[in-house]
Design a protein around this ligand. Structure first.
Ligand SMILES: Cc1ncc(COP(=O)(O)O)c(C=O)c1O
Length: 380
């Protein structure tokens, strides 16, 4: 029997614990497990890097929420990204990367995997033909996209890019961090692997760092699971439990993030201190139609450009009070930041450099009028 998203968020992988009936999956804070005999681990658990019941509960839940078959969780989003690249690529391979992406993702390609002989080409991921043109036949193993992108809120056509990837014998990896599985399920549109920084909306409370991979291909899932264990960047049981606690309310949180972001995007549009608002929910956004096709709603992230340039952008960030000046996103509290000097400083001087007048908002779930009043005084 298939269930709705909110039911899966609360129940998938989370049957009451058989011995006591505990409704919430216990935190199995153990590194190892007593074995019944040599070579006979109980229920298959032998060591917590290889398997832990609390992590298993989270992994099963995330696989269900993304409509996949295998879910794997990691110590951070970047650890999850690293595992995909090690599992799928080797020296001489090529990856098409987005022209706009989280600075840390760019740094992996530019500073880490490049040294193993992995080459990359940035392409405009909102343009399917530009991505096709960036493919190197026989060499390209992955098309990597974020949608919406961080921080410019660009939109990639997941189904269009899946067919470009598959025509070239490559896989499509989609970083679904900004949307969350509640708003967008890339596997249903043809993506091969979904990546998350669960630090963000999935965890949702800014209290735990983590990452996840989900795939519907069980063979690929086994390969990724092999790397999860072999490389060892797993999340601990308490972090898995905190993330799972957050996941239960993902649907209701995302709806409120979207409600608040829609009001703020409308408020910023036409404000004299703002030269451009980047929010895929606005009909004038170039990716609006594609976003409407593949997303349930348009999310809680908004970026805007300050009419007065970099200095004004920095001033707005410094003046905000309720919007906390901080990196990260996706928590219940609203955050503001200057990507050029903060989250995306590692992309400075690269093809992924972000505009200096850009301000990024992670719109939280506080009372919308209070958020608008804070922006009013910060922009003023
Ligand atoms: C879109 C996106 N992907 C991946 C990451 C990396 O995740 P983590 O910080 O959990 O390693 C981030 C972090 O900000 C992100 O915004």
């Amino acid at each position: 029997m298939s269930h709705g998203f909110e039911t899966l968020a609360i129940h998938a992988g989370q049957e009451p614990e058989p011995r006591t009936g505990a409704v919430v999956p216990p935190i199995y804070q153990t590194s190892t497990y007593a074995q019944d005999a040599v070579g006979a681990p109980r229920l298959g658990y032998e060591y917590s890097r290889s398997g832990n019941p609390t992590r298993d509960a989270l992994q099963e839940c995330l696989a269900a929420l993304e409509g996949g078959r295998v879910g794997l969780t990691f110590a951070s989003g970047l650890a999850a990204e690293d595992a995909v690249l090690r599992a799928l690529c080797g020296p001489g391979d090529h990856v098409v990367i987005p022209d706009d992406a989280y600075g840390g993702t760019y740094r992996i390609f530019a500073r880490v995997t490049q040294r193993w002989g992995l080459t990359w080409t940035p392409a405009r991921i909102s343009d399917v033909e530009a991505v096709r043109a960036a493919i190197r036949p026989g060499e390209t193993k992955i098309i990597w996209v974020e949608t919406p992108t961080n921080p410019l809120l660009g939109i990639a056509d997941i189904a269009g890019l899946a067919s470009v990837a598959h025509d070239a014998g490559a896989l499509l990896v989609v970083d679904n961090t900004f949307a969350s599985p509640y708003l967008q399920q890339p596997i249903a549109h043809g993506a091969d692997v979904v990546v998350h920084s669960t630090t963000k909306y999935v965890g949702g409370h800014s209290d735990v760092v983590g990452g996840a991979l989900v795939t519907a291909d069980t063979g690929l899932g086994q390969e990724l699971a092999y790397h999860q264990n072999a490389m060892g960047a797993v999340n601990g049981p308490f972090d898995a439990w905190l993330t799972l606690r957050g996941v239960k309310t993902l649907g209701v949180r995302m709806d409120r993030h979207c409600d608040n972001a829609e009001r703020i995007a409308d408020y910023l549009t036409g404000h004299p201190a703002v030269s451009q608002v980047l929010y895929p929910g606005l009909p004038e956004h170039p990716g609006h139609e594609t976003a409407a096709k593949q997303m349930r709603r348009f999310g809680g992230m908004i970026s805007f450009r300050a009419a007065g340039g970099e200095e004004q952008a920095v001033r707005i960030c410094n003046r905000a009070k309720l919007f906390v000046l901080a990196e990260s996103l996706g928590g219940v509290e609203s955050l503001i930041e200057h990507p050029g000097r903060m989250t995306h400083a590692s992309a400075a001087g690269s093809p992924l450099e972000v505009p200096a007048d850009l301000v990024r908002l992670s719109v939280g779930i506080e009372t919308a009028d209070d958020l608008l009043a804070d922006l009013e005084q910060a922009l003023g």
